[in-house]
Write a protein of this length. Structure first.
Length: 284
């Protein structure tokens, strides 16, 4: 199982006694989107079920009209809790605030199945989490966000570098940036939201960004082999149909800079990027 899934399972299941069931009085618990899993009820996957995670209280929240109330899998005592809808407030930023975390009703315990994912019974129905299959093939921004809403949530606060965005707005040749990514890749989960934000804010008909999903082992997919994809994310920059540059992995930490440098033939020092909180200004 990919490392990020193992990490998510550890977050979900291990008893973390440092997280009290109720947050500090001056701290409103916040549930943030968690897009790694599917929720199954009585053998049927519910694609519209919303799944969130709160590190403050160590719990996974599930919202679905198939159940009469919200439920939370609480890692501290590995129990299933019944929550009250009126105490959960959706913020425009994409998280859910638990406004009055006082009504806590334990309605069962969780158990682990053979795939190490949790299962439990709720209202006489059998429920469990399942690993979400990777997103494969050509994907639009809408496809990616629909697959995992956490990408949009984490893209929202990112501010692309103005100098590079201005430079990209003046590109006058037919330019395509093809991003190859894997939804099972930890680095992609970190960097893809920034690329998404740049794609959303670009305003130049001469420059477009396209996305293509691959399995974590890219060589298992014919496109991965054909394009020689060995690291995620990999972005290939084409100008007038000719590849002029490509960047790999953390080379996409500042996407507008990666595109600019690819078009300009400038090599990026990835190690230097990892040490910087912001991108260096574009060259004069």
């Amino acid at each position: 199982m990919p490392r990020h899934l193992l990490l998510a399972l550890a977050i979900l299941l291990l008893p973390l006694t440092q997280f009290p069931l109720q947050a500090q009085a001056d701290q409103t618990p916040r549930f943030e989107p968690l897009g790694l899993f599917l929720f199954e009820l009585d053998g049927k996957v519910l694609p519209d079920a919303e799944i969130y995670y709160s590190g403050q209280i160590g719990a996974v929240l599930v919202l679905t009209p198939e159940l009469p109330y919200p439920i939370a899998v609480v890692q501290r005592n590995q129990t299933l809790q019944r929550l009250v809808s009126s105490e959960l407030i959706k913020d425009p930023a994409g998280f859910i605030a638990w406004s009055l975390p006082a009504t806590k009703t334990a309605i069962g315990e969780i158990r682990l199945l053979e795939d190490n994912l949790p299962a439990f019974s709720v209202e006489g129905k059998q429920a469990r989490f399942r690993t979400k299959p990777p997103l494969l093939g050509p994907a639009t921004l809408e496809d990616i966000v629909r697959y995992d809403p956490s990408y949009a949530y984490r893209a929202r606060p990112y501010q692309p570098e103005p100098g590079y965005m201005s430079a990209l707005a003046e590109v006058d040749t037919d330019t395509l940036v093809k991003i190859y990514f894997s939804t099972d890749c930890d680095v992609c989960r970190e960097l893809l939201p920034n690329i998404i934000k740049v794609a959303q804010e670009l305003d130049n008909p001469n420059l477009r960004i396209e996305f293509f999903g691959l399995p974590l082992k890219a060589s298992e997919h014919p496109v991965g082999r054909e394009m020689n994809i060995t690291t995620f994310p990999t972005g290939i920059i084409y100008s007038d149909g000719v590849e002029v540059g490509r960047a790999h992995g953390h080379g996409w930490r500042f996407p507008s800079m990666a595109i600019h440098h690819g078009l300009s033939g400038i090599k990026v020092d990835v190690e230097t990027l990892l040490e910087r909180p912001s991108a260096p200004p574009p060259p004069e």
